[in-house]
Ligand binder design. Sequence first.
Ligand code: HEC
Length: 297
Amino acid sequence: MALLWAVFLGLSVAGCGSDPPQKKSSPPPSVKQGQYIFRTTGGCGCHTDTGNEGPFLAGGRSIATPFGTFLSTNITPHPAAGIGQWSEADFIKAMRHGIGPDGTRYFPVFPYPSFTRIARQDLRHLWAYLKSVPPHPRKNKPHRLGFLFRWRFGVRVWKWINFSPGEYRADKGRSASWNRGAYLATALGHCGECHTPRNLLGAPKSSWYFAGSEDGPDGELAANITPHRKTGIGRWSEADFSWFLETGVKPDGDDVQGLMGEMIENGHQHLTAADRKALWEYLQSLPPIENALVERE
Ligand code: HEC
């Protein structure tokens, strides 16, 4: 039965096809705007091996997950070692559909289930920015995965069940800033990739949306960020949240650690005040979920 479902979903997803052709009127991509988009994602920190002072975006960072250890890839524009030979269309396909130029189906540790929601024009800006960073010759190494997860064929099945490609669609019943916040959280900032717990198949549990996960990247605990007063961030003020994104300091004075800290340092600290406010508006609107993962005062 489950298999039938998978096939059915697979066919309907496959039917969604590729992106609509580029409208003539869209402005040319801009490196500067691309840099801002890059920062809203948290600076693609997984692709820099920060702990070992690795070169910017040249990959090689190991990311432990319950399914095995992945080694991030070189996304500098180096023609042989990086993605220098990709076209803009290749990049958009990878981000929208999780498929590489040679047909490789990416493991969803590359968060394309969120990135698929990024608007086409923003992807074009981001691509312009990525092409502008210094190329680096560091070669990619194979992932070290549990035996069940080694086959990329498994990714097909995973995608049939869990993945629906397509840009973020605004909710017309909500304000423009709420929609901007939702777009920042669910597409660019991909907050749910770490802050939503996953089931045994590695799919985010939708009823635990943003309620925190014990199996965050590298086994780090990613706290409950729903507005639940006791177990989430319901007692934070908007100013607390804004300060947190600017500095990495929490309301209790603790510094944020790990990947979240890197995302803030390489990305979120540069968000505009309007974008920080929009993110807050969206997070505050989520259903509060009780999930005590960390001690709260
Ligand atoms: C790559 C994984 C990852 C992504 C993506 C991510 N986070 Fe986090 N986040 C973490 C981890 C891990 C922690 C725990 C760090 C700590 O407490 O020192 C954390 C902590 C936090 C905290 C502090 C919560 C508390 O009570 O201590 C907030 C708030 C937060 N993240 C918000 C966000 C928002 C908003 C986004 C999206 C814009 C986001 N995170 C995206 C991994 C992530």
